[in-house]
Design a protein around this ligand. Structure first.
Ligand code: C5P
Length: 307
């Protein structure tokens, strides 16, 4: 019996993140290039007839009630489309919380995509992105993934075509960063030069890590490092190791705490992750860029007897 829907929820990195200004609603106007990568969480969703939504998670500290965006996503769909059925959701986390990798947002978008199929709602990408934007700023990006320029609060998604195969060593410090706190003390406006932005877009289009590497930009970097000086210290160590890791640059992911190091091959990314782990004594993962998965990608029916 194929009654469980398994869905993957990949992480993202920001190849650029510009703060264009402060908005009247308290948010910041952004322009950011996001790229999905194959470090991912997995959700298994099992239908239940009594209308209840339940969530269990294998990682301590992750809320399992209304405080989790996964539960909020299921409730939003239930309310908007008068769904009487419920679900049990099992969430297995690989993406740490508070790392700037969009883990919670991706779990949320994966739930929207999976329930769209399970509850036969037949919503298109635009509608799912609209609902996703009500739940959080970077959730719409994860509806289709791939590589995109995101503007507004981050919720306006414009796909950026690319053939790029990029690889990352991702340093995951053992402390979370509060996105709200970093935004609260970042500069009101911090943007790239026109040339820098043109270069990074062109680098992404060509899949040219050298061009991307010279234009990496994150406006939140300064505020995040001021709050967590260890982030600056880790990046200085990454710089020292750069000649031996064959990397094309590094950057804070979103508001941190994770930092990616850009590579042109899986082999070099793995080597760098090993070196960084040995030197810094923190968790390091490798990840590769992922293409757009479309509405029904990364979804799989699973036999409940195998679980
Ligand atoms: O939208 P989301 O809940 O992910 O945002 C978390 C927090 O980050 C917001 O409450 C806000 O303080 C800050 N933020 C912002 N400008 C954005 C996105 C997020 O100030 N564009």
């Amino acid at each position: 019996m194929h009654n469980i829907l398994k869905v993957q929820a990949p992480a993202k990195v920001n190849l650029s993140l510009e703060v264009l200004g402060k908005r009247p609603d308290g948010y910041h106007e952004l322009r950011t290039i996001m790229q999905a990568v194959d470090l991912r969480d997995t959700l298994r969703i099992r239908p239940r007839q009594d209308g209840r939504i339940s969530l269990s998670c294998d990682l301590d500290g992750v809320p399992e009630g209304e405080g989790n965006l996964v539960v909020q996503a299921a409730k939003l769909l239930k309310d908007e489309y008068q769904v009487s059925r419920g679900v049990d959701i099992d969430l297995r986390k690989k993406i740490p919380a508070g790392a700037g990798l969009g883990g919670g947002s991706s779990d949320c978008a994966a739930t929207l995509r999976a329930l769209n199929v399970l509850w036969e709602l037949d919503l298109d990408a635009e509608e799912l992105e609209r609902l996703a934007g009500r739940l959080g700023s970077d959730i719409p990006f994860f509806v289709r993934g791939g590589t995109a320029v995101c503007t507004g609060r981050g919720e306006k998604v414009e796909p950026l075509p690319t053939d790029a195969n990029l690889y990352y060593a991702i340093v995951l410090p053992d402390f979370p960063v509060s996105t709200a706190t970093v935004y609260a003390c970042c500069r009101d406006s911090l943007t790239m030069t026109d040339r820098g932005y043109k270069n990074i877009k062109e680098g992404v289009r060509q899949g040219n890590p050298e061009l991307i590497g010279t234009s990496l930009f994150n406006a939140l970097q300064e505020a995040a490092c001021r709050q967590h000086p260890r982030l600056a210290h880790i990046q200085a160590r990454i710089d020292n190791l750069a000649p031996g890791t064959r990397s094309y640059g590094h950057l804070l992911c979103g508001s941190g705490s994770s930092i990616f190091v850009l590579h042109a091959s899986q082999k070099n990314a793995e080597r760098a992750a090993r070196m960084l782990h040995e030197t810094l004594g923190v968790r390091c993962e490798t990840a590769a860029s992922l293409p757009d998965w479309g509405l029904s990608g990364l979804l799989e029916r699973e036999d409940s007897t195998r679980c």
